[in-house]
Design a protein around this ligand. Structure first.
Ligand code: ZN
Length: 356
């Protein structure tokens, strides 16, 4: 209930008297409920509003929460429920409610003459989630260890003659055999020119000797994710590729070494970006340094040149600089870190050898 208290504080700071949560990871974070539905939180009440399908599940997962079973759409129950609680200004998660649902809500409030103002909000629960509690870090660490072990075990599978899809499936199978709760995102195995696409999906392309291969994979334990990328080279890399690899490795090391709590996320990004720019590859680092990881694989903070997020102790995020040369290939090296006592501690232990 500590999380609920913090959320209520955030709600009050925004001058709201209730907040409707529907984002699945936020639901889980605040109530323990892992299905889909709604959580309405006011100063006094915390009500899970659920379809019949989820009622029994919620009783088990969310003791202490009121449960209300509904059959109707949002606009049919929300205005009445919120005003019954004595609330007149309720926030909702603007990125989760469709325009259509919002219009119906506004119409229902008007036609029923309910004294209720709906306020779009973003990131209220997500900001709380960005600072991890010790119990959360335990799960994250296990998810990191699981991905590390699965990577080490399946590395040998990345060899000439194997297709990207075969390698990706082998990695996914290994992750699941080791206990991952599904996979938090589709495993990426991108070889040769495909490795120059930061979000490549595995294809039927055969991995060949003389090619770089980017592997991006993660595990999930206790609901918490990990995210790991490594670049391998089959055979002997040429001078250019070795320089690119060394540059990314250096950018990552400098970023991790230099990142401090109380820095802004864009300053952390800048640490890595400067190294890559100085090596002449500034334009080839087309994404941010990293992203928060927790119940979601991409969450606060966002580390990029335009991010307005600030860093703080307890945050867990990736450091994953990359250089992508179109038509040739790419390099990305991704570790997870936690900010503790003002600085970044690396959680990932998978080795960074370029050759297999
Ligand atoms: Zn990532």
């Amino acid at each position: 209930m500590k999380r609920l208290q913090k959320l209520r504080k955030s709600i009050a700071e925004k001058a709201l008297d209730a907040l409707l949560i529907s984002q699945p990871e936020n639901l889980r974070y605040l109530s323990g409920f892992t299905g889909s539905g709604w959580l309405l939180i006011s100063g006094r009440n915390a009500i899970l509003v659920l379809d019949f399908l989820y009622v029994e599940q919620a009783k088990g997962e969310s003791p202490g929460f009121e449960i209300m079973q509904i059959k109707q759409d949002l606009h049919e129950w929300l205005p009445g429920l919120v005003s019954d609680l004595g609330c007149h200004k309720s926030g909702f998660e603007a990125n989760l409610i469709s325009h259509d649902a919002y219009q119906k809500l506004a119409e229902a409030i008007r036609s029923k003459q309910v004294n209720l103002e709906l306020v779009p909000t973003t990131g209220i629960a997500e900001r709380l989630r960005s600072i991890k509690e010790p119990e959360e870090l335990v799960f994250i660490t296990k998810a990191v260890e699981l991905a590390d072990a699965a990577f080490e075990q399946s590395k040998g599978m990345i060899r000439p003659g194997v297709t990207e899809k075969e390698a990706a499936w082998h990695i996914e199978k290994t992750l699941r055999e080791k206990g991952s709760e599904g996979v938090p995102f589709e495993v990426i195995v991108a070889s040769g020119p495909n490795s120059a696409l930061p979000h490549a999906r595995p294809t039927d392309k055969t991995i060949r000797s003389g090619e770089p291969v980017i592997i991006d994979m993660g595990a999930r334990v206790g609901g918490y994710c990990s995210d790991l990328s490594r670049t391998l080279f089959l055979g002997r890399p040429d001078k250019t590729f070795q320089k690119v690899y060394d540059t990314v490795l250096k950018a990552q090391a400098i970023a991790i070494e230099g990142t401090k709590s109380e820095m802004t996320a864009s300053e952390a990004d800048q640490l890595a970006r400067r190294v890559i720019e100085q090596a002449g590859y500034g334009d080839a680092f087309g994404h941010g340094l990293g992203h928060g990881v927790g119940l979601a694989v991409h969450e606060y903070p966002k580390l990029g040149p335009r991010s307005s997020d600030s860093l703080a102790d307890g945050m867990v995020f990736t450091a994953e600089p990359g250089i992508y040369l179109a038509g040739q290939g790419g390099v990305r090296i991704e570790d997870m870190v936690v900010l503790e006592n003002g600085k970044a501690r690396v959680l990932t232990k998978a080795d960074r050898d370029l050759s297999v």
